[in-house]
Design a protein around this ligand. Structure first.
Ligand code: BES
Ligand code: MN
Ligand code: ZN
Length: 499
């Protein structure tokens, strides 16, 4: 989708002309203009419509030939005081969904945000473009038939705004974030026969062109350094495990970087503790944490964020061959702590343990945030609307909560508490990798905490419920892989960690 910004002009355009009304059918000036240009087609259609102007409501009419446009679309903006950036993005996404179903190749948004809204002018125009771009995504590289049914029709979008210069400036940042979200979605959507650890690493390497510094550690190097936990997970796979380290140094000073660590299990069969077939479906998405970290680093580099940031992802495939780890095995992690593996399907925490140790020891970061599709239990607890957050630092947790509210990638805090530690006590090693039947997300977080060193501010995001979507589609997410986390982490950095 080609997106541009232009001053509103009285000239009639081609394609669909999208104008707005507030709640109570209050047409904005552009909507009045469009109505006139179409000989009253809008006001007439309103008489026979249930349209009231609630946020995201839509009404479309074919425009008379003399108007020069194919159709008029009226979109509701709801109550002005409630209208913020996130709401505008959702509204734009809903418009694009409607235009797609109509098969429109071109559109002009002349959506005037009323006074009193939380975001206006060029900024508002950029957020409309952002929502449109996220909705305009599709993953259809493996379709060879009936392409017309799947392909995106909307090719050109013009967002009309009185402040096009400000819109372009805001869009420079937001389009970088969209790049990161879409890149993360692509990674999650790719099938596991295509996207295995070395292929994932290769795709990250290609991001060097953005100014990211990318290093890849293979199995030999990790073995030398002592990544016993991560390597243990990968040892039942034909595919080589990888650790990828991304660095973006955009701050003026050298200071401690912010750090993001991602679980990158490219496919999770469960290992010898094999998953039943229904539960194994979709486990190509078990690298959603790594995808979010990669997408975030891409966004930061693309928009040249004034921050020092590192992204570390542990890439493995959890498979059950003759060389696989057994339940009962004991692994020695990079930290030196020994781990009794009682269930090979609790593999994500093993990968993260070593990636967290490596990140803290090498970079001494300002904070470390890990993202992982870690437990089915978090889906039981929070469903698909919130990720779980666990943190040893209340300020970091509340910053994540605020950034989540602003971007719509919301998080809900669950407890860390030494009282849960007895559930992961091993009979023979320092810790075991499963807790028990209850509070599975908490015991997983409690396990990770064993690998957080004194003085490190840390938050763990369990994204098992939000990294992909099987049921109802959200307006801004038209694919299975969501790219969840990129918007959230970018917002966190933007608000608090840029110099
Ligand atoms: N990748 C899964 C978690 C998962 C489950 C993500 C469902 C998304 C949807 C993880 O590796 C796993 O298998 N966790 C086990 C842990 C258990 C063995 C302690 C789980 O949640 O059942
Ligand atoms: Mn598993
Ligand atoms: Zn897993």
């Amino acid at each position: 989708m080609e997106i541009s910004f232009a001053a509103p002009s009285s000239k009639v355009r081609a394609g669909a002309w999208v104008v707005a009304a507030s709640e109570g059918k209050a047409l904005t000036p552009a909507a009045v203009k469009a109505d006139k240009a179409s000989g009253g087609a809008l006001t007439r259609a309103l008489q026979f419509s249930r349209f009231t102007g609630k946020a995201g409501e839509l009404m479309d009419v074919v425009a008379p030939e003399a108007s020069g446009v194919s159709r008029l679309v009226l979109v509701g903006l709801g109550k002005r005081a409630a209208l913020d950036a996130k709401e505008l993005e959702v509204i734009a996404a809903k418009i694009v969904a409607r235009l797609e179903s109509l098969g429109e190749p071109a559109a002009t948004f002349e959506v005037e945000v009323p006074k009193g809204a939380k975001v206006r002018g060029g900024e508002a125009a950029a957020h409309l473009a952002f929502g449109a771009r996220l909705r305009g995504y599709s993953f259809d590289k493996y379709r060879t038939r009936n392409l017309d049914e799947y392909k995106r029709h909307l090719q050109t979008l013009t967002v009309a705004t009185a402040d096009a210069a400000a819109a372009r400036k805001a869009w420079a940042g937001l389009s970088a974030v969209a790049d990161g979200v879409l890149f993360a979605r692509d990674l999650v959507n790719e099938p596991p026969n295509v996207l295995y650890p070395t292929e994932f690493a290769r795709r990250v390497k290609a991001l060097s062109k953005l100014g990211l510094k990318v290093e890849v550690l293979g199995e030999a190097e990790m073995k030398k350094q002592g990544f016993g936990a991560l390597l243990g997970v990968g040892q039942g796979s034909e595919r080589e495990s990888q650790l990828v380290v991304m660095q973006w140094n955009g701050a003026r000073k050298k200071g401690a970087p912010v750090a993001f660590v991602g679980k990158g299990v490219c496919f999770d069969t469960g290992g010898l503790s094999l998953k039943p077939s229904a539960a194994m479906m979709g486990m190509k998405g078990d690298m959603g944490g790594a995808a979010a970290v990669t997408g975030t680093m891409m966004a930061l580099a693309t928009r040249k964020a004034k921050v020092n940031a590192v992204g570390v992802i542990g890439l493995v495939e959890n498979m059950p061959d003759g060389g696989a780890i057994r339940p009962d095995d004991v692994l020695t992690s990079l930290s030196g702590q020994t781990i009794e593996v009682l269930n090979t399907d609790a593999e994500g925490r093993l990968v993260l343990a070593d990636a967290l140790t490596y990140t803290q020891r090498r970079f001494k970061p300002e904070f470390v945030i890990d993202l992982a599709t870690l437990t089915g239990a978090i889906v039981q607890a929070l469903g698909f609307e919130h990720a779980g957050v666990f943190s040893n630092n209340d300020r970091l947790a509340s910053r994540l909560r605020d950034a989540g509210r602003r971007t719509g990638e919301r998080v809900w805090q669950l407890p860390l508490d030494p009282a849960y530690d007895k559930m992961i006590r091993s009979k023979i090693a320092d810790v075991k990798n499963i807790g028990g039947a209850n509070s599975g997300s908490i015991t997983a977080a409690q396990f990770l905490k064993r690998f957080i060193e004194d003085g490190t501010d840390w938050a763990h995001l369990d994204i098992a419920g939000v990294a992909w979507q099987d049921g109802e589609q959200k307006p801004m997410i038209p694919s299975w892989g969501t790219g969840w986390g990129v918007k959230l982490l970018d917002q966190l950095v933007r608000e608090h960690y840029e110099s």
